[in-house]
Design a protein around this ligand. Structure first.
Ligand code: ADP
Ligand code: X15
Length: 403
């Protein structure tokens, strides 16, 4: 894989360099609640700008449906990038249209622009190669060189991640190089016991990785929204909790294989439930109840792991040599449902293990809940991306950066 150093050595002054970043940051309205992903890509942008490149930064944010949606605008992220770089950052109100072309044409050497959310365009995420390719052609017309540095999205076969680098001379940015360097340590010769903690809300996306983890990990702890499909697979009712009903038979297979292989699959023994999803803006008290994991009332939603589960998970983490964690244990954005995530983060900090936290929200959670980033072995900007990397899959966004 060519690195940014090689690109810089060849000279980028006056060149339009397209940087595919992952600026998919958590927002409260237009306020960024954690800017970790912007800080993570800023050094790559800064180095290119300092070398005289005209830098075009592009990213997705959230999951808009292929059309402009102001709730998912990258404008706040562009402003924050400008603050971090200490320079004006221009913003194009579209991705490949008149605004983007005008903004790029007006860039002087060393200046930086951000174009609007890639996913406002249906071609970005299309499953149709021709439609994705046509959008990649339009992106390619904006730039001379491509730098892939959106580690959190390298598992997506999307136009800006996969098709665009095939159309321009390309290199990997500093963030991707660092992320891959650290995650390699978890694939080569992992120190055991190796514990993987999974949670979060992207359940259908991430359930599949368990198939591979059953071959690799000694222990898998499952909390967050992921837990309820497992509890259902064990025959328990989960009320109105997040559930991937069609995956229940697959998960029953995982439970069976874990038993056969001697992999410890640890589920919550108690959960915090509430009749409604909490208001994350007002943070109004939700008055949750603690119930046993096998007794979730039909009209209630499981929104965090309970106190006994916190102790159980912490004890499993304490007795580990390597821990990889993706996915909050509950709806940590609300104080009533943050204790499970806090307890797991604290257990990682207290553990002598080599610890890696991955994922946009998981990384944000540890910082928002007040943990020192340096207390972890590594905080990865990618959740799904790191899980699929650990699975040994060929990731489209990394394969596309190969020479
Ligand atoms: N029990 C639950 N029910 C619904 N959502 C949950 C639950 N537990 C965690 N979440 C949500 O999961 C989200 C993060 O999930 P995900 O995107 O998969 O993690 P990451 O970004 O770290 O990879 C958080 O916004 C959190 O509120
Ligand atoms: O937030 C992300 O992934 P993550 O939640 O697995 O860390 C990335 O920005 C990818 O976003 P996507 O899962 O909508 O493709």
């Amino acid at each position: 894989m060519k690195t940014i150093d090689q690109l810089l050595a060849a000279g980028v002054a006056g060149k339009r360099v397209f940087v595919r970043a992952d600026l998919n940051v958590p927002l409260d309205g237009t306020t960024i609640t954690d800017d970790g992903r912007i800080r993570a890509v800023a050094p790559t942008v800064a180095r290119l700008a300092a070398a005289g490149a005209r830098v075009i930064v592009a990213s997705h944010l959230g999951r808009p449906q292929g059309a402009p949606d102001p709730a998912f605008s990258l404008a706040p992220a562009a402003r924050r990038l400008g603050e971090l770089l200490g320079t004006d950052v221009a913003f194009a109100t579209d991705t490949v249209g008149d605004s983007a072309r005008a903004v790029v044409a007006s860039l002087a050497d060393g200046q930086v622009a951000v174009v609007e959310n890639l996913r406002f365009n249906p071609g970005e995420t299309s499953k149709d190669d021709a439609e994705r390719g046509a959008f990649a052609d339009r992106l390619a017309s904006l730039a001379d060189l491509y730098v892939g540095d959106g580690f959190g999205a390298v598992h997506r076969k999307h136009a800006s991640v996969y098709d665009l680098p095939a159309r321009l001379p390309h290199a990997a940015g500093e963030l991707i190089a660092t992320e891959v360097g650290v995650l390699k340590q978890l694939t080569d010769d992992v120190r055991r016991p190796y514990t993987v903690v999974l949670g979060g809300a992207k359940v259908s996306d991430k359930l599949g990785v368990i198939d591979h983890l059953l071959e690799k990990a000694d222990r898998i702890l499952i909390g967050g929204g992921m837990a309820y499909t497992f509890l259902k697979a064990q025959g328990h009712e989960v009320g109105i909790s997040l559930l991937q009903e069609e995956q229940v038979p697959t998960v029953q297979g995982y439970l069976e294989r874990a038993r056969e292989r001697g992999v410890e699959l640890v589920l919550p023994v108690d959960v915090l439930v509430s009749p409604a999803f909490p208001d994350l803006r007002t943070k109004a008290p939700a008055h949750p109840t603690t119930v046993s994991a096998d007794a979730i009332p039909a009209d209630q939603e499981g929104l965090d792991i309970g106190p006994e589960s916190r102790k159980l998970f912490a004890s499993k983490i304490a007795d580990s040599a390597t821990v990889f964690w993706n996915g909050p244990m509950g709806v940590f954005e609300h104080p009533d449902f943050a204790e499970g995530t806090k307890a797991v983060a604290q257990a990682l900090v207290d553990s002598p293990a080599f610890t890696v936290v991955g994922g946009g929200d998981s990384a944000a959670a540890v910082r928002i809940l007040g943990f020192d980033e340096n207390a972890f072995g590594h905080i990865s900007t990618g959740g799904g991306a790191s899980l699929e990397y650990l699975e040994g899959k060929t990731l489209p966004g990394l394969a596309a950066l190969e020479d």
